[in-house]
Write a protein that binds this ligand. Structure first.
Ligand SMILES: *Cc1c(COP(=O)(O)O)cnc(C)c1O
Length: 397
């Protein structure tokens, strides 16, 4: 029997979620997360994955993982600092450093725990962190864990950032000050103003931390947002994930040798959580080899993204300030947006609705992520379905 206070808490909290339309039903996929997915025996055009380059189902990654499974077994058997570090983990870190054009890199089990690890290894009570108000949840949690004072600045508002950076610096209250931003913001697909952020950072001695989960493999010929702006030697922490464009799972920090050395000595998930399975590391190595060997997948991704965005605009939808393959289709009112997503699904397109409080009220949208693996025929079919649903629901514009 569970505790009465727990039961009461769970029942009333779940009820509240459901009443506010915030309860998420999870649909299991019957197979891989490719350009087409199957749910409840029904094939659907998939516009909701982060599998930007289609690498999650790539034969070359599968073969590399299979070979490593045979060679090393399934689990790593220990944390990295005891004896869970295998040569394939080190190979991955060397390749990541080369990919990001930094001196060194450290790999973690996920992007989420990378932010838990890296921020608190360097920042502490007595420090301050300037954080974009739209930063990812794992950054928010990582900041909280560090016990540093968190100062939020308005989204991509450089005047606001500079004013708060100046005030923090001049207060003399903080031993160290860091500025943290997503490289690409996942709800609108806009890119952080890194050149301005780096200038401000240099003016006020801020540590720079860029979480490029949605930019790595996508921007800067694959190397990410920092490379896109030519700032590789002016950013202290380049965070990335191996779970999105790379198609596998994991996270990493790329930076100066001394920083990586410190993270290997002090970051808690590296010290206290078992190393990623070696087959996962091997698949990531294969993905990086593909990315550094050819730009073909990126080119196809950007081509498909432009094609899909232009298609939506031709039908009369607004797509907002996106600069990347994240393509919102703004519907507006919350219930209408959710209905739109359900109707798309009925017709054969899987694309999730994103509404308040994740985005501002009245700006509900369907978030589309076309990938390199979609064919033009799939995108055309999806656009046709968008057009039909728009007509049927009587939406204007
Ligand atoms: C997705 C994401 C993460 C989490 O990465 P995982 O590898 O999925 O744990 C962290 N930061 C940002 C900005 C993200 O978009």
């Amino acid at each position: 029997m569970s505790s009465p206070s727990l039961s009461l808490f769970l029942r009333s909290s779940l009820e509240e979620l459901k009443q506010n339309g915030l309860y998420n039903e999870i649909d299991a996929l019957q197979g891989g997360n490719g350009p087409m997915i199957q749910i409840k025996n029904r094939p659907l055009i998939n516009l909701s994955s982060n599998n930007y380059l289609g690498l999650a189902g790539d034969e070359r990654l599968i073969a590399a993982a299979e070979r490593a499974l045979r060679q090393y077994g399934v689990g790593a058997g220990a944390v990295r600092t005891i004896n869970g570090t295998m040569d394939v983990h080190e190979e991955l870190e060397e390749k990541l450093a080369r990919f990001k054009q930094t001196e060194a890199a450290i790999a973690y089990q996920s992007g989420f725990n990378c932010n838990m690890a890296a921020i608190s290894a360097v920042m502490d009570a007595g420090d301050a962190i300037l954080s974009d108000e739209l930063n990812h949840a794992s950054i928010i949690d990582g900041c909280r864990l560090s016990r540093a004072k968190v100062i939020r600045y308005k989204h991509s508002d450089m005047e606001n950032l500079e004013r708060q950076a100046k005030a923090a610096k001049e207060s003399g209250q903080y031993a160290k000050i860091m500025v943290i931003t997503d490289g690409v913001f996942s709800m609108d697909g806009d890119i952080a103003k890194l050149p301005a952020i780096v200038d401000i950072a240099e003016r006020y001695d801020l540590i720079t931390y860029v979480d490029d989960a949605h930019g790595s493999g996508v921007l800067g010929k694959g190397a990410g947002t920092v490379k896109h702006f030519g700032l590789s030697d002016r950013v202290d922490f380049q965070i990335g994930t191996l779970s999105k464009a790379i198609g596998v799972v994991g996270g990493y920090v790329a930076g100066r040798r001394e920083l990586i050395e410190w993270l290997k000595a002090r970051s808690r998930p590296f010290l206290f959580s078992t190393a990623a399975p070696p087959a996962i590391a091997a698949a990531c190595v294969a993905a990086l080899d593909i990315l550094t060997g050819s730009a073909e997948l990126q080119e196809r991704l950007w081509h498909n993204a432009a094609y899909f965005r232009q298609g939506l605009e031709r039908i009369g939808f607004r797509t907002g300030p996106t600069e990347t393959p994240i393509i919102p289709c703004i519907i507006g009112e919350e219930k209408l947006t959710q209905q739109f997503s359900r109707e798309l699904r009925e017709e054969g397109v899987y694309a999730k609705a994103i509404v308040f409080p994740t985005v501002p009220k009245g700006l509900g949208r369907i978030r589309n992520m076309p990938t390199a693996a979609h064919t033009t025929a799939m995108l055309d079919e999806a656009l046709g379905i968008y057009e039909n649903v728009k007509k049927r629901m009587g939406l204007k514009e």
